[in-house]
Design a protein around this ligand. Structure first.
Ligand code: C2E
Ligand code: MG
Ligand code: MG
Ligand code: MG
Length: 271
């Protein structure tokens, strides 16, 4: 490796290490080069079929590698600290897009933004969100923040403090990928949240007759007066079961795939 340094190369992980190295290098100026974009995936009310919200999902349009999935670069963004400026960019862009749809006459739907651990744990996280809302002029009731179970269960008092401030401003809060983390149910009960998003693995379980956990999570949400979204709904059979279980909202390829912002407005207008 030059300069009297050496690295041990093991084939099992060699490709990943190299790929990660490349991603990290190119990542530093991808924000300046405007290579990120947000796609939006609508969420529908299972009974009326109406769109009740859209989730912003980031994509990186790499100049030579094509589109890179957030599963690959969000961890890099976390490790390098770049998630902080990137996270603010995502929030600002989602707020600006939501404002445009409002100006086009689209009422009622919320825009949901995924928040990563490092971003949420910034001391000034709440202030950052509020200042982006102020700067973009978006009414906070149109914004939803998705945090994962692991964020919600870490540093409990700090999480409660931050979520309380966000809820005071009428920002909607969801727990993402619910069921895959290690939620303490007594902690969960204390959290000022609005919604659980059941992880897609439980929805896919329906196909194999495994729906006991899914059904229990829906019942739990109802008992706690939380809204519940099923993620990754791909088939009519899954949708049918979810209706039987009285799940209120669904998101998945059966309804809509994540789409570029320019395709979303006509969809929102047609509903
Ligand atoms: P997530 O927040 O749980 O998002 C749902 C993921 O499921 C998205 O993958 C979406 O495209 C995918 N999906 C939606 N419907 C279906 C379906 O019917 N079947 C299947 N198999 N998949 C479906 P995506 O866009 O690749 O994002 C992956 C993860 O990356 C997200 O999971 C989220 O954790 C993270 N992520 C995405 N955008 C952002 C962002 O702006 N900020 C942060 N911090 N994380 C993000
Ligand atoms: Mg999400
Ligand atoms: Mg999820
Ligand atoms: Mg996920």
């Amino acid at each position: 490796n030059g300069r009297k340094q050496y690295i041990i190369y093991a084939d099992e992980f060699g490709e990943n290490v190299y790929e990660k190295f490349e991603i990290t290098n190119d990542f530093y100026d991808a924000l300046d080069k405007e290579q990120f974009k947000l796609n939006y995936q609508p969420q529908v009310d299972l009974h009326s079929g109406k769109i009740v919200g859209v989730e912003a999902l980031i994509r990186w349009q790499h100049p030579t590698k094509g589109v890179i999935s957030p599963a690959k670069f969000i961890p890099v963004a976390e490790e390098t600290g770049l998630i902080i400026p990137l996270g603010s960019w995502i929030l600002r862009k989602a707020c600006l897009d939501r404002k445009q749809w409002l100006e086009a006459g689209i009422q009622d739907i919320r825009v949901a933004v995924n928040i990563s651990m490092k971003q949420f744990q910034q001391e000034n996280f709440v202030e950052t969100v509020l200042s982006i809302l102020e700067e973009t002029g978006l009414d906070p009731t149109y914004l939803e923040l998705e945090i994962t179970e692991s964020i919600a269960m870490n540093k409990h008092q700090d999480v409660i403090k931050k979520l309380t401030l966000l809820r005071e401003k009428q920002i909607y809060v969801s727990i993402d990928d619910f069921g895959t983390g290690y939620s303490s149910l007594s902690y969960l009960k204390e959290l000022p949240i609005n919604q659980l998003k059941v992880d897609q693995s439980f929805v896919q379980g329906i196909d194999h007759g495994n729906y006991q956990i899914l059904q229990s999570i829906i019942t739990l949400a109802q008992a706690m007066q939380l809204s519940v979204v099923a993620e990754g709904v791909e088939t009519e059979k899954q949708a049918q079961r979810l209706k039987e279980f009285k799940c209120s909202i669904a998101q998945g390829y059966l309804y809509y795939k994540p789409m570029p912002v320019e395709d979303l407005l006509p969809v929102l207008k047609s509903i």
